[in-house]
Design a protein around this ligand. Sequence first.
Ligand SMILES: NC(=O)c1ccc[n+]([C@@H]2O[C@H](COP(=O)([O-])OP(=O)(O)OC[C@H]3O[C@@H](n4cnc5c(N)ncnc54)[C@H](O)[C@@H]3O)[C@@H](O)[C@H]2O)c1
Length: 391
Amino acid sequence: MIEASKSGKISSTIKYGMVGGGEGAFIGDIHRRAIGLDGKALLTAGCFSRDLANTLASGEALHLERERLYETYQEMAVEEGKRNDGIDFVSIVTPNNTHFQIAKIFLENGINVVCDKPLTTSTDEAEQLEKLAAAKDLLFCVTYTYTGYPAVKQAREMIKRGKIGDIRFVNAEYPQEWLSEPIEKNPDNKQAVWRTDPNQSGISNCVGDIGSHVENLVSYVTGLEIESLCARLDKIVEGRVLDDNATIMVNYKGGTTGIYWSSQIAAGHDNDLSIRVYGSKGSLSWRQEDPNYLKVSYLDKPSQILSRGRDSFYPRPTEICRTPAGHPEGYFEAFGTIYTTFIGALAKNKAGEELSDADLDFPTPKEGASGVKFIEKCVESSEKGAIWIKI
Ligand SMILES: NC(=O)c1ccc[n+]([C@@H]2O[C@H](COP(=O)([O-])OP(=O)(O)OC[C@H]3O[C@@H](n4cnc5c(N)ncnc54)[C@H](O)[C@@H]3O)[C@@H](O)[C@H]2O)c1
């Protein structure tokens, strides 16, 4: 799908490929639809599954040419890297344990990368990717989705401008209920199977899958850096080898503190990510299931609910709004904004233009590596009896 963007420019010159996201997968299809929202890149190649039949069926449904469908991601990286009309970037939407090898081979073949979170299953691997992308002068984006919401960017900017004063405490949580029962015992539930398997998920399930979003969202909105943490990771559903519930206290550099809770056994919660930041002059609060609104409270005046599209937002969160107030924007748009920003940066890079801070407003391997380190430190703290661990 190619359509006019807000700026009036049409860009169909950026081509992308995808690894993972074949028929039956979850997030790959969301990525494709999100990219399609602004029509700034075309899906051109794919290795959508380990199973060639799935890749071929998925590729045909997506109207790709047969010669751009690959049996392995290794072949795709090499062949696309050689072509004059090869893909500009690859989108990696496979289980966690595969991200490192896939991202590495695409970078080695000169192809820019978008990879879903958590970036890798070890900090060392994440840092290797960060270095490799820099050495090859390639752009790399990690899809921490929730940083793509206008209200989140507004909250970040308000905190930067001191609207709620000095931050005193952060309370953030991500409760879900979907793993309340041992649904991973059904092999057809692929998303549950791999997330609860340490060989595919890494050393953590709950913190890796959703606690990592909490860590990134807080870091993006507040700019705070974690100095130490104390985590208790629970394995609540019988037989589970990885965590499905986690309570984490954090100390930030500079003395502020916070608490994070992530859970997959929280009956009644779908995807209830929220962040509350308390400052010396007021507080900010945002909830992913009601993402068009930002609550702001001041000590000396009544609370306000800022409405995306209606109330005055700063320029960056304003420019990424797609619909008027009251026509809700959500998950697709947040993903779409991350992609559109990344693709815009790629297009400018290709044209040899300078990149501004706004051009680079997408999560990078640096944040990806922080996320992986956070996961490792939470597991270490919990295994040692929920002790304080320096980051
Ligand atoms: N950013 C977000 O909000 C968000 C949301 C959900 C999932 N994720 C992340 O996305 C990734 C995928 O999660 P999912 O739920 O979509 O998983 P999934 O199991 O639904 O899909 C994984 C896909 O990868 C394919 N695959 C696996 N190994 C492959 C290989 N070697 N070559 C080609 N294809 C391969 C599978 O066949 C499948 O199509 C995970 O890292 C997860 O953490 C991120």
